[in-house]
Design a protein around this ligand. Sequence first.
Ligand code: NAD
Length: 137
Amino acid sequence: MKICVIGTGYVGLVAGTCLADMGNDVICVDNDLEKLKKLENGIVPIYEPGLEELIKANTLEGRLKFSSDLDDAVKKSTVCFIAVGTPQSEDGSADMQYVMAVAESIGKAMNGYKVIVDKSTVPVGTAEKVTQTISHY
Ligand SMILES: NC(=O)c1ccc[n+]([C@@H]2O[C@H](COP(=O)([O-])OP(=O)(O)OC[C@H]3O[C@@H](n4cnc5c(N)ncnc54)[C@H](O)[C@@H]3O)[C@@H](O)[C@H]2O)c1
């Protein structure tokens, strides 16, 4: 299956790598170019036992790629995971700006049937908002 994971942080990098190790073709997308450069050079920005080995093996096998091109990754994928941060706002609620920005970008990139997975920690009702945002395009 062709999958993209948008947001290559603690959650997205681990999920994307494990999905690649299961045999899927995965593109991990991020807008942090320095992070992407490190990952392309085999430098893993977080510590997770066994992760570095899995990234190396799956990159070598060509199943795991890193990219800043969200549009291209969405167009090539059937399943798109949203795994960007949802930091706590001052009032304690989740800051949804990154999730909604990604939903907008996915909407613009849509070129057919996709399964969109809200992997970020989000409040109830987010799936509907993400669907509405994507459908707007
Ligand atoms: N870290 C954990 O242990 C953990 C556990 C459970 C749930 N979560 C939830 O998972 C989600 C992700 O958390 P995390 O810790 O992986 O966050 P993180 O900050 O480590 O990673 C988020 C990544 O998203 C990228 N990003 C932001 N906007 C982007 C955009 N428009 N396009 C592409 N990339 C973009 C950032 O550059 C960053 O690399 C959050 O909702 C968090 O609450 C995290």
